[in-house]
Design a binder for this molecule. Structure first.
Ligand SMILES: *[C@@H]1O[C@H](CO)[C@@H](O)[C@H](O)[C@H]1NC(C)=O
Ligand SMILES: *[C@@H]1O[C@H](CO)[C@@H](O)[C@H](O)[C@H]1NC(C)=O
Ligand SMILES: *[C@@H]1O[C@H](CO)[C@@H](O)[C@H](O)[C@H]1NC(C)=O
Ligand SMILES: *[C@@H]1O[C@H](CO)[C@@H](O)[C@H](O)[C@H]1NC(C)=O
Ligand SMILES: *[C@@H]1O[C@H](CO)[C@@H](O)[C@H](O)[C@H]1NC(C)=O
Length: 564
């Protein structure tokens, strides 16, 4: 059973809850599409899972009391997985943040918790829902584009996206194009309501920058002002990340670089023109997956020793159920919408966790999380390292362990397991007082009788190390692959760091056998030299048995801090 939190009245007021719920679970529906695009068979990740839905948010947001009551109800109802597509800013600790408090209790009851990482990227330290007892899910793109091509009067063109691709729009007719923001006003640049008053946009294609109001709302402003089409361009930090939205007029969302090219062109001629060509649904696009600009990033403020986010899942242009008209369009037949956010990536992982739980009913939430993380993909569909919104290799603060690979996650070979008591030792290690620990653990827990551990000693499937002096951690792996199996370690050392693992081979002779290794991270003399910097590597246990080849990979994130 899946527990899904959704936005007040028992019904879904804005579609978010229906969309996230039908991403996690739900039967096969043929002919699912949005305004004719992305047509195909839709299905939830765990088609036969049962959903229990708790409405904890309304038009005035998500009250702390409602969040806690919703989590408590789901625990009482005995859910197996909780899917929490709710963001709230990261705080410097876990014991004052209600999602962290509520989910700690859920974890103690053996419930798997999947949370969205937040939509505050790409700046560092924006990740939220970052407690180690939750799976924190970032958002990536898919290999599908709902393409609109902008053709400029000088023959240059660029590819963008839009969900609304009307058949009756004369795509082959060049329109005059205007950038109202050339007057230097930030509101006009963003085409907010009222900002186009007194500017002649009638019958024109209008270039607007993202921000201040939503992209669809900009389209309405342009349309109400008499504009015929809109090109919405990224701000610089959004780079090459584009999404397909249900615009209310012919439109194309383009990258910052393409938008800049369009601005230059408009400024280069007295009568600039543009056409918007509708190309429909294109499959097999690359690079994919790619980290989307809004996906929140590490480091993890309340616990730098735990790498977050944990994993990436599809969160861009996700098609799922929708309870009302899409944009301003009446829905004909089945009701679906395509929207984007880490709210969309989270329920993908919730459904996958439910599938793993049903195939391994005895696995703990930590075991399921380990299986998902250690088998995640680090390469994209070109065979190259997954890139971010700048098209440069994404760092671990964006990707965590990588992009979820559900079939491999079901058979990981080894798992890093944890018990509820391990998290208590971890909380004590964070230096929390007894009262602070009790906010989370809800008991008479006392750090004077619990042996505390450092963050890095939590038996977590990834490493986040701050150097300073060398550090050694023990990790224990449990054999869930073949009874008789041997693993050897393969290390990719982060630059400026020596990594040594003892022993460097593990021999298992039975299922569920546990073996412990130790790993030491030491800064090299020629290390980072003074300032704070980052380096990345990985530690992988590889089995070479005849039947199945397992690769159990943990990312290593190193922060150099010579003040420590
Ligand atoms: C921009 O819009 C905001 C919100 O409508 C308004 O408060 C502000 O005064 C506007 N700025 C300018 C320069 O018009
Ligand atoms: C813009 O403002 C006008 C007049 O105040 C209002 O009628 C209209 O609904 C607004 N449009 C949007 C998109 O907010
Ligand atoms: C347009 O061109 C003029 C003259 O070349 C230049 O001064 C100005 O900065 C340009 N404006 C934009 C928005 O590119
Ligand atoms: C809490 O108190 C009860 C009763 O005094 C005791 O049995 C229990 O072990 C305590 N639990 C913890 C975690 O200290
Ligand atoms: C790691 O395990 C070894 C062997 O069990 C033990 O001697 C050592 O104290 C442990 N180290 C840490 C840091 O827990």
């Amino acid at each position: 059973m899946l527990g899904i939190s959704m936005p007040a009245t028992p019904s879904d007021e804005d579609g978010h809850g229906t969309h996230t719920a039908s991403t996690a679970a739900g039967a096969f529906v043929e002919g699912a599409n949005v305004l004719g695009n992305a047509n195909g068979t839709a299905v939830g990740m765990a088609p036969f899972a049962h959903l229990a839905i708790y409405k904890v948010c309304g038009q005035s947001g998500c009250a702390n009391t409602d969040l806690l009551a919703g989590i408590e109800s789901a625990i009482q109802d005995g859910v197996d997985v909780m899917s929490i597509s709710i963001g709230s800013p990261a705080l410097p600790n876990f014991y004052t943040r209600v999602i962290d408090i509520g989910t700690f209790k859920a974890m103690q009851k053996g419930i798997f918790i999947s949370c969205s990482a937040g939509n505050n990227g790409p700046s560092f330290s924006t990740v939220s829902n970052s407690a180690p007892w939750c799976l924190t899910v970032g958002a990536s793109t898919m290999d599908r584009s709902i393409r609109t091509t902008v053709m400029l009067g000088n023959g240059e063109f660029c590819n963008g996206e839009s969900l609304f691709q009307p058949k009756d729009f004369q795509s082959n007719k060049p329109l005059p194009i205007i950038f109202p923001g050339a007057n230097g006003d930030a509101n006009t640049t963003a085409c907010i309501n009222g900002s186009l008053d007194g500017i002649d946009v009638k019958g024109k294609a209008v270039l607007c920058e993202r921000g201040r109001i939503g992209d669809i709302a900009k389209g309405l402003v342009v349309k109400n002002a008499g504009g015929s089409a809109m090109i919405v361009m990224n701000r610089e930090y959004e780079g090459f990340s584009i999404i397909a939205a249900a615009h209310v007029l012919p439109a194309s969302h383009v990258s910052f670089s393409d938008g800049s090219k369009i601005k230059t062109y408009i400024n280069s001629t007295l009568s600039p023109t543009a056409m918007i060509l509708f190309r429909g649904t294109i499959l097999g696009t690359s690079p994919s997956p790619m980290v989307i600009s809004f996906s929140s990033r590490g480091p993890n403020l309340p616990s730098p020793g735990i790498l977050k986010p944990d994993v990436l899942g599809p969160g861009v242009n996700v098609l799922a159920g929708w309870p009302q008209n899409v944009g301003s369009f009446p829905i004909l037949g089945s009701t679906f919408n395509i929207i984007s956010g880490t709210s969309m990536s989270c329920p993908h992982l919730s459904g996958i966790a439910a599938l793993i739980k049903s195939s391994h009913p005895d696995w703990s939430p930590a075991a399921i999380k380990s299986a998902i993380m250690t088998t995640a993909d680090v390469l994209d569909n070109r065979g190259k390292q997954i890139v971010d919104e700048r098209l440069t290799p994404a760092d671990l603060f964006a990707t965590g362990a990588g992009h979820v690979n559900p079939s491999r996650a079901n058979d990981p070979g080894l798992i890093y397991d944890l018990t509820p008591d391990d998290y208590l030792a971890y909380l004590c290690g964070l230096g929390y007082t007894d009262n602070q620990v009790r906010m989370l653990a809800g008991s008479n827990a006392s750090c004077s009788i619990i042996t505390s551990i450092r963050e890095g000693e939590l038996n977590y499937p990834s490493f986040s190390v701050t150097l300073g002096p060398s550090q050694t951690f023990n990790r224990t792996v449990t054999n869930v692959g073949n009874a008789m199996s041997a693993y050897t370690v393969e290390i990719i050392k982060p630059q400026g760091v020596d990594v040594s693992v003892k022993p460097d081979a593990l021999h298992f002779s039975s299922m569920n056998e546990k073996l412990t290794y130790s790993v030491t991270f030491s800064p090299l003399e020629s290390g980072s030299g003074g300032s704070i910097g980052f380096a990345e590597g990985s530690l992988k246990w590889v089995s070479s048995s005849s039947s199945t080849k397992y690769e159990v990979r943990s990312p290593i994130s190193v922060t150099f801090d010579n003040s420590k």
